[in-house]
Design a protein around this ligand. Structure first.
Ligand code: ZN
Length: 266
């Protein structure tokens, strides 16, 4: 029997959803809402009740872990290779971290009940989420090493490459202060490294607008963690390779409903 060819019009732009069996993907598209991820929006704060799972199709969401002194430190970033919120595998009713939009974009939001309703009986779909959980754990372990042994320049290059993978080839808004916060370093350090990258032709940066001109320069500057994280998630690698060719405005988005572009739920 010939293999069924997936219908590209049902692709969402999120790697997890696009790895699901077509029937589940179409069903999720029907019951989800497209949300605009506004810069600085908090999808969940520490202690919030989790109601939806967000599947970014563009943009960067920072996962911030609270510390005893009241500050928050970035533990990882999430984009279209992953999701924010519970899946059928990881059920926790309250958020233990803050999820804040660092680079604006879009996401498909689905209630937890609807998500479980769609994938609960779909063994292949559950496998996709299990692989995602495995990839997330690998990423967390890799970043633990990264933060300990790699230089700020290496980590900043990695952060920018990941941001480009998640936003497409066009420019995106990113304050240097945000980048400094994400990397846990002083803003002056970020400014110094960005100036060096600009001089090397890697980036063009003006008034919070970041454009990556020399991806090869950043690839040479980034630590091994960039490739190690991408390699652990086959779906992510697909996204990364596409991002060089696909502009953020022309992603394989399907216009699901007139409810698109509403603001985040809180
Ligand atoms: Zn690293």
């Amino acid at each position: 029997m010939p293999e069924k060819i997936p219908d590209p019009s049902t692709w969402t732009g999120n790697a997890i959803l696009d790895a699901l069996p077509e029937a589940s993907r179409v069903r999720i598209a029907e019951v989800s809402e497209r949300r605009h991820l506004e810069l600085g929006a908090i999808l969940y704060d520490v202690g919030d009740r989790l109601t939806h799972t967000f599947f970014p199709t563009r943009g960067v969401v920072s996962q911030l872990t609270p510390l005893a002194d009241g500050s928050l430190a970035e533990s990882s970033t999430i984009g279209r290779e992953s999701c924010v919120g519970p899946t059928s595998i990881l059920m926790d009713p309250l958020s233990r971290r803050r999820f804040e939009v660092r680079v604006a974009g879009e996401a498909l939001a689905i209630t937890i009940e609807d998500l479980h309703g769609v994938i609960g009986s779909d063994f292949s779909a559950r496998n996709v989420f299990m692989r995602e959980a495995q990839a997330s754990l690998h990423t967390a372990l890799q970043l633990a090493v990264c933060n300990r042994v790699h230089s700020t320049r290496q980590r900043l290059a990695r952060w920018l490459l990941e941001a480009q993978d998640r936003t497409g080839s066009g420019p995106f808004m990113l304050k240097q202060a945000t980048l400094a916060d994400s990397l846990g370093v002083r803003r002056a350090t970020v400014s110094e490294i960005c100036s060096a990258f600009a001089a090397e032709g890697a980036i063009a940066y003006s008034r919070g607008r970041m454009r990556i001109d020399g991806r090869d320069v950043l690839l040479a500057a980034a630590c091994e963690c960039y490739r190690a994280i991408a390699a652990a998630a086959p779906a992510t690698a697909t996204c990364a390779s596409e991002s060089n060719d696909v502009d953020g405005e022309t992603l394989r988005h399907q216009d699901h409903s007139s409810r698109n572009n509403v603001q985040p739920s809180r």
